[in-house]
Design a protein around this ligand. Structure first.
Ligand SMILES: [Zn+2]
Length: 255
C-alpha cells in the first residue's frame, strides 16, 4: 500500500503561487516534483470544492453548492475508500472536513481531537478559527504522522485564504502568507518524503483583489498543483479537480 500526504493550501491562487512558492519551484527544477494548474469548479467556494476534491463530484453533482450546506460529502470519498481498504487515515484540517467526512454538526468538545477508527477520518485535529496559525497546523499534522503513521494524511491550512479575505490577493500580506506556507513545506515535506510518502499540494480556489473568491474569474479559479514523489509517475497530470480523488486512491494502491 502507498502512503500519501494531501496538502490543501486553502485559497492559494496560481498567479501568486508561481512567484511566491520558491521551495516548491526548486523541486520542479530538480525533477522531483511535477507542476500543473487547474481551473477550480464553480462556485469556487471552500466547502463545495472540498467535497469535489474528496469525492470527485462537481458541486452540481454533490449538491454542496454553498458554504453553509449541512450535508455530508457524498460517498465514496478518499477517506471512506481508504477506511474500506483497511488503511489508516488522519487529518489536521479545518472543521468543515470533519463535518463532511465524520459528523455534522461539528461539536468542538467531541470532535476537536478525534481518535476513532470507526470514522472515515480516524485521527484528527480540527480547528475552527480562520486565523489558526499555519505553523501550528503543520505541527498538528507532524504529530499525527509521528503518532499514527497514517496511510492518508490531510494537511489543510487556512492562513493564505485568511490573508486574502482580509487584504486581497494583490497585497503584501497575501503574498507573505503564501511564502510562509512554502517555507513550512520546505521544513516538513522532506521528512514526509523520507518517511515514504508521496505528497500532493493543491488549492481549492484562488482569490481576487477584492478579497473574495466567489466569481468565475481566473483569479478565483486558477489553482496550482504539485505532485512530489515517484508514486504519481504512473498517472498523467490531472486536468480537472474532479480527478484528484482517483489520483490519490491510485497512489494509495486502492483505485
Ligand atoms: Zn475563503
Amino acid at each position: 500500500m502507498g502512503r500519501v500526504v494531501f496538502v490543501l493550501l486553502d485559497g492559494l491562487a496560481a498567479a501568486t503561487a508561481r512567484p511566491c512558492m520558491g521551495y516548491m519551484q526548486s523541486l520542479v527544477d530538480a525533477g522531483t516534483a511535477r507542476y500543473t494548474e487547474l481551473t477550480a469548479e464553480l462556485p469556487p467556494l471552500s466547502r463545495p470544492i472540498y467535497a469535489t476534491l474528496l469525492s470527485g463530484k462537481r458541486p452540481t453533482e454533490s449538491g454542496i453548492t454553498h458554504n453553509d450546506a449541512p450535508c455530508p460529502c457524498p460517498e465514496p470519498h478518499i477517506f471512506s475508500r481508504a477506511q474500506a481498504a483497511g488503511l489508516k487515515t488522519a487529518a489536521a484540517a479545518y472543521h468543515w472536513m470533519s463535518e463532511l467526512c465524520n459528523a455534522h454538526p461539528f461539536e468542538p468538545a467531541r470532535d476537536r481531537h478525534t481518535d476513532n477508527p470507526a470514522l472515515p477520518i480516524a485521527h484528527g485535529h480540527f480547528y475552527c478559527t480562520d486565523a489558526y496559525p499555519d505553523d501550528e497546523l503543520f505541527h498538528d499534522a507532524a504529530s499525527l504522522q509521528l503518532r499514527h503513521s497514517p496511510h492518508l494524511l490531510l494537511v489543510h491550512s487556512m492562513g493564505i485564504d485568511n490573508a486574502g479575505h482580509l487584504y486581497g490577493a494583490e497585497s503584501r500580506e497575501y503574498r507573505t502568507a503564501t511564502r510562509r506556507a512554502d517555507g513550512l513545506l520546505a521544513r516538513w515535506l522532506p521528512r514526509w518524503v523520507e518517511a515514504g510518502y508521496a505528497v500532493l499540494v493543491i488549492s481549492d480556489h484562488g482569490m481576487n483583489a477584492d478579497g473574495n473568491h466567489n466569481d468565475a474569474s481566473d483569479a478565483c479559479r486558477r489553482v496550482p498543483l504539485w505532485l512530489v514523489g515517484e508514486a504519481w509517475n504512473s498517472s498523467p497530470l490531472p486536468q480537472d479537480q474532479t480527478q484528484i480523488a482517483d489520483l490519490v486512491c491510485t497512489a494509495l494502491g486502492i483505485a
